[in-house]
Design a protein around this ligand. Structure first.
Ligand SMILES: *Cc1c(COP(=O)(O)O)cnc(C)c1O
Length: 368
């Protein structure tokens, strides 16, 4: 027991990430044969067939270590984004890049990190684990960002400022001008990190992405992932785009083989698969419109979203609707852990999933 107490307090007090419920769990718990998961913002088309073919073909390379620093993937991403590959670092999900940024930039007990409240939980979890203070400014009405509130928390010890755009769970995407203005007002040592995990779904992307600012020499970091639009959540692949000096430091300290050889191949394959990308966008944008209309017809309040999910407030206790859907084999996301217990988040599914979800919501709310 004495030995256990000697572990770092940040570890003993750590509250782990709460993932969305899994399909197997719910199938077993309620004895169902079909379960629909609309809880984790995964791609409703599944894994691209092109990727499946590449993975099968490359399975025999699994015994090899990946090439250090993933140069082929960085080059492919460089072409895809028209960015110097020296500015790109791939990670085991963008979660790894978030963790690395905090460990590289923020000194425990000295520096602080600033974000909104609620924010993507990984920022808070990794800051806590590293012993770095997290300061959070509340989001405003309908989850809109209050930039002045955020800036008021920044001081000479602020190492990082995290902004998610489009935001999770609201789907709100900040105009690029506002993000540029924010970056200009930060003190020199405070590095702005814009988490663009859902940027591909924004319409149009140009009005929202800060990548052009970075290309023009602004000091900031853009986070992107293969988990959502590119349908590779289970392979774990994300990346950060940042000034080359920072990318160099990050690659030096990153664990050498955190991006595995099959994830790298899959990532390059899906970047080439324009058809999959276009179909994903089309299905998502159409599904987003249909789900919004359907939920509004059921008297739900729906926040306008630029991502592949919707945040909505049902006209009954949110937990009742969440549980009733679960019993019918439809998993969505309660927002208790995001400080919004009266709201729910649903990921845009494919046509069948969206229809079954809306029918189930109608039925539950009729019975209320
Ligand atoms: C899903 C998500 C990520 C990406 O996670 P990966 O580690 O790349 O799977 C990052 N930020 C936000 C806000 C997300 O919702």
């Amino acid at each position: 027991m004495e030995l256990r107490k000697s572990v770092r307090p940040e570890v003993l007090d750590f509250k782990p990430y709460t993932p969305g419920l899994s399909i197997d769990e719910i199938r077993d718990r309620y004895g169902l044969n079909q379960v629909i998961k609309m809880a984790s913002n995964e791609n409703p088309l599944g894994t691209s067939p092109v990727v499946q073919e590449v993975l099968a073909r490359k399975a025999g390379s699994a015994f090899r270590y990946a090439q250090a620093g993933n140069p082929a993937l960085r080059a492919a991403l460089g072409r895809f984004l028209s960015v110097d590959p020296e500015m790109i670092v791939a990670g085991n999900g963008s979660d790894e890049i978030i963790d690395l940024l905090i460990r590289i930039k923020a000194r425990p007990g000295v520096d602080n990190i600033v974000a909104f409240c609620p924010c993507f939980s990984i920022y808070a979890l990794q800051a806590g684990l590293c012993g770095v203070e997290l300061r959070q400014a509340p989001l405003g009405e309908d989850m809109r960002p209050d930039w002045d509130g955020l800036l008021a928390l920044v001081d000479e010890h602020t190492a990082l400022v995290f902004v998610t755009s489009p935001d999770n769970p609201s789907g709100y995407a900040a105009p690029v001008q506002e993000l540029r203005a924010l970056q200009k007002q930060l003190p020199e040592q405070a590095l702005l990190v814009v988490d663009e995990a859902y940027i591909e779904f924004a319409d149009p992307v140009e009005n929202h992405t800060v990548l052009p600012l970075l290309k023009n020499g602004a000091d900031l970091v853009v986070l992107r992932t293969f988990s959502k639009m590119f349908g590779l959540a289970g392979l774990r692949l994300g990346y950060g785009i940042m000034p080359a000096w920072l990318a160099d430091l990050m690659l030096r300290v990153r664990l050498p083989f955190s991006v595995n050889i099959l994830a790298e191949e899959a990532g390059m394959a899906v970047l080439r698969d324009k058809e999959f990308q276009e179909r994903t966008l089309q299905v998502t944008r159409q599904g987003r419109t249909e789900l919004t209309r359907g939920l509004e017809q059921c008297n739900c309040r729906v926040l306008s979203s630029q991502a592949n999910f919707l945040m909505f407030q049902p006209p009954c206790p949110a937990d009742d609707l969440f549980q009733a859907l679960l019993e019918q084999g439809i998993i969505i996301r309660p927002l208790k852990s995001y400080d919004r217990p009266d709201w729910l988040r649903v990921s845009v599914g494919n046509e069948r999933e969206n229809r079954q979800f809306l029918e189930a919501v109608q039925e539950v709310l009729r019975g209320k």
